[in-house]
Write a protein that binds this ligand. Structure first.
Ligand SMILES: C[S@@+](CC[C@H](N)C(=O)[O-])C[C@H]1O[C@@H](n2cnc3c(N)ncnc32)[C@H](O)[C@@H]1O
Length: 198
């Protein structure tokens, strides 16, 4: 089983032909605190391009959950990273995954999900689940490929991130990834404004 063979099997779920690079992993995992016992959620962990670095940054502290919908990837992750709590689940069900483990909201969510391959509804549902599972002062990072930056799904994601977080900053292009990528650094989920409410 390889990343490429899983892409061929399910292109819209895997969403990339190769795993992310170490350079991209360094940028997306930057918000993980070096002290304390944070709850860190990894969405769409795949073959573990970010997993090893998250484990190193945690150094045995906190709780690291990797949510992966592909069973073969999930089994491989669990075998390779015994310190990671691997949940074979859809990211849409993140709040239920945390509740089933009696865990508080996540301090950091690192997403490797293929947002550009998601339909509009799926994109909205997954983002709602992530925002709902994040602590009030939590951080959320995700990435988009530079070449697809102006395509409708990427623009939709960017608008959604801007409206669902108090702060959204786009990092510098990570050229050391194939294809080059941009990282969205989001902080503090914003309350949903109800029109007409005081
Ligand atoms: C582009 S790959 C990224 C894998 C890895 N994070 C990396 O950067 O190399 C996307 C991953 O998200 C997983 N995935 C797609 N949709 C998902 C969903 N709704 N819930 C959980 N995982 C999902 C896929 O199975 C795949 O492993």
């Amino acid at each position: 089983m390889s990343f490429l063979s899983e892409f061929v099997r399910s292109p819209l779920t895997v969403g990339a032909v190769a795993p992310s690079s170490a350079a991209l992993a360094r940028v997306v995992t930057a918000p993980i605190p070096r002290t304390g016992d944070p709850v860190v959620v990894e969405l769409g962990a795949g073959t573990g391009a970010f997993t090893g670095l998250i484990q190193r940054r945690l150094g045995g502290r906190g709780h690291h959950i990797a949510v992966e919908v592909n069973e073969r990837f999930a089994m491989r992750l669990a075998a390779r990273y015994p310190g990671v709590d691997v949940a074979l689940a859809d990211a849409r069900d993140l709040e239920a995954v945390l509740a089933s483990r009696d865990l508080p909201p996540a301090d950091v969510i690192v997403s490797g999900l293929p947002w550009a391959a998601f339909a509009e509804r799926q994109q909205r549902d997954v983002l709602t689940a992530a925002v709902g599972a994040l602590a009030a002062d939590g951080a959320f990072t995700t990435f988009a490929y530079v070449h697809a930056r102006w395509a409708p799904p990427a623009r939709r994601l960017r608008r959604a991130l801007e409206s669902r977080f108090d702060e959204m900053v786009i990092g510098r292009t990570v050229w050391g990834n194939l294809p080059p990528a941009l990282v969205y650094h989001c902080r503090r989920p914003a309350p949903i404004l109800v029109p007409g409410a005081a």
